[in-house]
Design a protein around this ligand. Structure first.
Ligand code: SF4
Length: 502
C-alpha cells in the first residue's frame, strides 16, 4: 500500500479520512471532486460482458487497479446459452489482464471479494451491493468499473455522511435480536424521525446519495459487519463504512491470507495478483493500524439507536425494503415460501436455521429454499450434517450463489407470500405478484416451520433453543482454523475440498 499520509488536521469522519488517504490529498470535504486510488475492483457476471466491451474500448491490456475480480454468481445456477459462453470466455479475458477469475458455482461475488480487501482502502464494483465491510467502496456502472480497473482510479464527487451510532455495544443486544434486525432498525428509526418515507411520491430519504457511517458495533466480525454495510444499497446510500476494531480486522485477514493461498493451490489466478494481495495483507498484519474519525467530524445527521430498546425482530414489508415494521406491528401473516440465502447471509445463519429445523423434526408446511453464499460454506455445512437436516424437512437446496435473490432465474410461485433473507423485495423480483417480507434467517426458519409469521412471544420462545449452542452456531468460516485450507496454504498444490476442523 503506497498511500500518502494525510497532513492537514481536519475534523473529518473515518470515511473521508480513508478517501483522502486514497487520493494522496491533505483533506477532502463534501462536494469536492477527487480521484481516489482503486485498490480493489469487482465485476459480476450480468454486467461483466459490458465491462469487457468497455475495457476493449479503453485498449486495456493490463489492469492498473491492484486487484480486479470477476464472479459468476448471478448466472451459474440456471444459465442461458449466452451465459454459458460468458462462463467460457470471460475468465481468460480477466486473467490475461492480471485479474482474478472465480468459477461458476463458487458463490456470491461479495462473499469472495470481501475476503480480498485491505483495510482503509477504496474500491468499486459493478454490482450495487459492492459495499466493503473494511475500507469503503462506491458501486458504479460497467463503464466506470472498467475505467477504475484499467486506470486504477475513479472520478468521485465526495458525498456527505450520515452517522448511525448504536449505543450500548454488542453486549446490549437483547435476546433474540439479530444483526438483520439492526439493519432494519436504521430505516425504522429514520421513518420515526421523519427523514424517510415509504410512498414513492414525494419520497424523502436522508440516506440517498450520502455515505452511511456506522459506529458502536466495533467487536462484530467483518462477516457480520458486511450485513450492515451491504444493506446500505437498500438505503440508496452512495457508500458505507462500518467501524470495526483491530482484532476483528486482524482475525479476518489472517483467515483471508490462508484462503488466498488455498486459491493458488486450487489453480485460481492470476497468481501474481493473489500473491501481491497476500503480501499486502501480511504487511498490514505485521503493523495493524486502522484510521480513526476525528472527534468533531461533521455529519448531515447523527442517529443514536439504543440497542436495549430493540426488543423484537424488525422486518421490511411487501414490497419495499424501506417499509420497516416490528413483528408485533405485522401480525401472524400466512407464509407460503421462505428463502434463506443471498449476500446478506453467512454460515452462522445456515447453522441457526438448521438447528431450528432439526428441533422441529417434521416436514414443513412451506417451500423452503436454502442457498449458501459460497462453495466453502456449502462444504462445511455438509461436513457438519446440516445438508442432511435440510433434506429431511424437504427443503430445496440451491447451488451456492445469488439464487432467488437474483430475481430472473428460479422463482417462487406467483402471488406467494414469502419471507426472505435476501437484500431487497422490490415487486416481482422473487416471483410474479409475490409479497415478500425481509427478515433474519432465524425468523425466516421459524416462519418456514410454522407456515406463518410468529407472534413476538412465540418467536422468542423458539429462538431460545439457539442460545444453548450459540458459540458453535455463530462460528465463522475462518480458513486458518480448518486443516485442509491450512495444509494447502503451506504446500501449494492441487487439493480436494474437504472441511475438517482443526
Ligand atoms: S445475492 Fe442478491 S444482492 Fe447479493 S450479489 Fe447476488 S443478486 Fe446481488
Amino acid at each position: 500500500m503506497d498511500l500518502l499520509e494525510p497532513t492537514l488536521n481536519m475534523q473529518i469522519s473515518t470515511t473521508k479520512r480513508g478517501i483522502l488517504h486514497a487520493c494522496g490529498l491533505p483533506g477532502v470535504l463534501p462536494g469536492m471532486y477527487v480521484e481516489p486510488k482503486m485498490t480493489t475492483v469487482g465485476s459480476q457476471d450480468t454486467t461483466g460482458p459490458m465491462t469487457r466491451d468497455e475495457l476493449k474500448d479503453l485498449a486495456c491490456l493490463g489492469f492498473s487497479a491492484d486487484l480486479v475480480m470477476q464472479s459468476f454468481c448471478h448466472t451459474a445456477a440456471y444459465p442461458k446459452p449466452v451465459d454459458v459462453v460468458t462462463h467460457h470466455t470471460l475468465p481468460d479475458f480477466i486473467r490475461d489482464r492480471g485479474g482474478v477469475a472465480l468459477r461458476p458455482g463458487d458463490g456470491i461475488i461479495h462473499s469472495w471479494l470481501n475476503r480480498m480487501l485491505l483495510p482503509d482502502t477504496v474500491g468499486t464494483g459493478g454490482d450495487s451491493h459492492t459495499r466493503f465491510p473494511i475500507g469503503i467502496s462506491f458501486p458504479a456502472g460497467s463503464g466506470a468499473v472498467a475505467f477504475a480497473a484499467a486506470t486504477g482510479v475513479m472520478p468521485l464527487d465526495m458525498p456527505e455522511s450520515v452517522l448511525v451510532r448504536f449505543k450500548g455495544g454488542v453486549e446490549a443486544m437483547q435476546p433474540g435480536i439479530t444483526l438483520r434486525d439492526l439493519v432494519h432498525a436504521i430505516p425504522y428509526v429514520a421513518i420515526k424521525e421523519g427523514d424517510l418515507t415509504v410512498p414513492k411520491k414525494n419520497k424523502k430519504n436522508i440516506f440517498a446519495g450520502r455515505i452511511l457511517e456506522i459506529e458502536g458495533l466495533e467487536s462484530l466480525t467483518c462477516e457480520q459487519g458486511f450485513e450492515l454495510s451491504d444493506a446500505s444499497a437498500e438505503r440508496s446510500a452512495a457508500g458505507c463504512s462500518i467501524k470495526l476494531n483491530k482484532e476483528s480486522v486482524s482475525e479476518y485477514l489472517r483467515s483471508n491470507v490462508v484462503m488466498l493461498k488455498w486459491m493458488i493451490a486450487e489453480g485460481y489466478g492470476d497468481v501474481r495478483t493473489l500473491k501481491r494481495r497476500i503480501a499486502s495483507m501480511e504487511a498490514w498484519l505485521a503493523n495493524p493500524v486502522l484510521m480513526e474519525a476525528d472527534p468533531q467530524a461533521e455529519y448531515k445527521k447523527v442517529y443514536e439507536i439504543d440497542l436495549k430498546e430493540i426488543t423484537e425482530p424488525i422486518l421490511c414489508c411487501p414490497n419495499d425494503p424501506d417499509d420497516a415494521k416490528t413483528l408485533s406491528e405485522i401480525g401472524e401473516e400466512k407464509i407460503d415460501e421462505v428463502f434463506i440465502g443471498s449476500c446478506m447471509t453467512n454460515i452462522g445463519h445456515f447453522r441457526a436455521a438448521g438447528e431450528l429445523l432439526q428441533a422441529h423434526g417434521g416436514q414443513l408446511p412451506t417451500r423452503l429454499w436454502v442457498a449458501p453464499p459460497t462453495k466453502m460454506d456449502a462444504a462445511q455445512l455438509t461436513a457438519e450434517g446440516y445438508y442432511s437436516i435440510y433434506g429431511k424437512v424437504g427443503a430445496r437446496t440451491e447451488m451456492p450463489g445469488c439464487s432467488l435473490c437474483m430475481g430472473n432465474q428460479a422463482r417462487v410461485a406467483d402471488k406467494a407470500t414469502v419471507v426472505s433473507t435476501s437484500t431487497r423485495n422490490f415487486p416481482n423480483r422473487l416471483g410474479q405478484g409475490a409479497n415478500v417480507y425481509l427478515s433474519s434467517a432465524e425468523l425466516a426458519a421459524i416462519a418456514a416451520i410454522l407456515g406463518k409469521l410468529p407472534t413476538k412471544e412465540k418467536y422468542l420462545d423458539m429462538y431460545k433453543s439457539l442460545l444453548k449452542k450459540k458459540d458453535s452456531t455463530y462460528k465463522y468460516l475462518n480458513f486458518d482454523q480448518y486443516s485442509d485450507y491450512v495444509e494447502s496454504a503451506k504446500a501449494p498444490a492441487p487439493t480436494r475440498l474437504r472441511a475438517t476442523t482443526l
